[in-house]
Design a protein around this ligand. Sequence first.
Ligand code: URA
Length: 188
Amino acid sequence: MDPWKELKEECAGCRGCVLGETRTNLVFGVGNEQAEVMFIGEGPGEQEDLQGEPFVGPAGQLLDTMLELIGLDRSKVYIANMVKCRPPRNRDPQESEMAACSGWLRRQIQLVNPVIIVCLGRIAAAGMIREDFRITREHGHWFEKDGRMLTAIYHPSALLRDPSKRPEAFMDLRNLRDMIRVRCEHTY
Ligand code: URA
């Protein structure tokens, strides 16, 4: 069986935490399964839960614009979240929920095998880079882990709430573009 199909089906049946009971749809991931660049968000919001796809609400529209700014789109990258089911009323996913969901993300990362992982916001950075990650201080920095390059940029929702952060996010995106040019063979 196709490993992606198998993983998605297994994930759809997961009841490792309570989020599976209240969600409408599983929000597994989207994009290029051979991407060299993978983006990881926090968890599905209302629109994502309704449509079963990551980043399709207002934050997703801004993410698409951010990708476009550096010549990328959803066909060139893979996008997933720390948790695959919507936390009720868009609360932060709890640590136990992220822990219960981490195996799915780990297997997605293994299958995509990206060169670069971009964490969107503090919660993804805390899970992927370091538990006490400080997004205001460390966004745009690079970390090498398991042979991959990891960075975190401001979450598009944070940029919608606070547009004064956008110039910094723009710098981080240019910096990401430069790293892609150096490390990735097929993205551009
Ligand atoms: N915010 C996220 O972190 N992920 C989504 O899929 C949508 C909004």
